[in-house]
Design a protein around this ligand. Structure first.
Ligand SMILES: C[S@@+](CC[C@H](N)C(=O)[O-])C[C@H]1O[C@@H](n2cnc3c(N)ncnc32)[C@H](O)[C@@H]1O
Length: 288
């Protein structure tokens, strides 16, 4: 693929690609589409579907950030990012679980990651000999990833809602980033376009569940992002042209509880993981 290892891009527009075009729904056989009685003739999603996440989720939102704020926040957080997330035993456990999750799915040779942060997946996937391309809004995050991967990967500063790739990758992964994207339909259609036929797209996201709604209605937590049910994301996958092949939970207990859990109680928390009724970090996998 013809782009530099370290390029900072605003928006790449691929040949023959108009952002105003709708994406055909190629796979209608999903039980979900049938169950919901989607009209097979409605082969595209509308402009308002592309832009209005609020109609999709009944979830309350608080402190939602604009893209420029997200970029600034992650630029500022980049120095402490790994220490805050993976600096405790609980954080390291979560990190391992998420690495195992990605490793169990990604088997192909060309991988695109949307939202690299400091490059934990870039390092792991490049070590496996895969051809890795990562995009992120934050230049500081990309610089850290570049340092950790010895420039053996391709990195682009790009908005995940404005991807500009065509039929190249075997896998697209978007871990813990999808819930920040203000135009998830456009992001998914860009991921679909980036994949080769039969390529797989793995998206993980923070969930809309009872506990979260209760916390937000009581004014607990800053939120700052979107929350989805699995069915919301499955619908978006279908409307973007994917067949949904798998979905479930990556983690059920909130990551902040893991991070703050004293080492002594970690085994107990791991046991509780199976029983916790409100999963917080779910995933959907789609196939092109
Ligand atoms: C919580 S981190 C997760 C990163 C990584 N996938 C991981 O799991 O370690 C979210 C990352 O997504 C990036 N991000 C947020 N919104 C984005 C957007 N619209 N386009 C590209 N990257 C974005 C942020 O800059 C940040 O680095």
């Amino acid at each position: 693929m013809a782009y530099n290892n370290i390029t900072a891009y605003g928006r790449q527009e691929p040949p023959n690609c108009s952002r105003e075009e709708s994406v055909p729904v190629r796979q209608r056989q999903s039980h979900l589409a049938e169950k919901r009685g989607q009209d097979a003739s409605s082969s595209c999603f509308t402009r308002s579907e592309q832009t209005n996440v609020f109609e999709l989720t009944a979830m309350r939102h608080k402190n939602l950030r604009r893209v420029v704020q997200i970029r600034r926040d992650y630029d500022q957080a980049s120095d402490n990012y790994d220490r805050v997330r993976f600096g405790t035993s609980g954080g390291q456990y979560v990190g391992r679980k998420e690495q195992e999750f990605v490793a169990s799915i990604v088997k192909g040779s060309r991988v695109l990651e949307v939202g690299t942060a400091t490059g934990r997946f870039a390092v792991a996937l490049a070590c496996q000999g895969l051809e890795y391309t990562g995009i992120d809004l934050s230049r500081m995050m990309l610089q850290i990833t570049r340092g950790r991967t010895n420039q053996s990967v391709s990195l682009l500063q790009m908005d995940g809602c404005q991807l500009g790739f065509r039929s190249y990758f075997n896998y697209v992964i978007c871990v813990r980033t999808f819930h920040f994207l203000p135009k998830p339909f456009e992001a998914l259609s860009g991921m679909f376009a980036a994949l080769q036929p039969s390529g797989k797209c793995v998206v993980t996201f923070e969930t809309d569940n009872f506990l979260r709604r209760l916390a937000l209605s009581l004014g607990i937590g800053r939120s700052e992002q979107y929350y989805y049910k699995i069915s919301d994301v499955e619908d978006m996958f279908l409307k973007s042209g994917f067949t949904v092949v798998q979905c479930g939970s990556v983690l059920r207990i909130p990551v902040t509880i893991y991070r703050r859990c004293p080492r002594l109680f970690l085994p107990l928390l791991k046991q509780l993981e199976r029983l916790w009724p409100w999963p917080v970090h779910n995933y959907v996998i789609g196939s092109k």
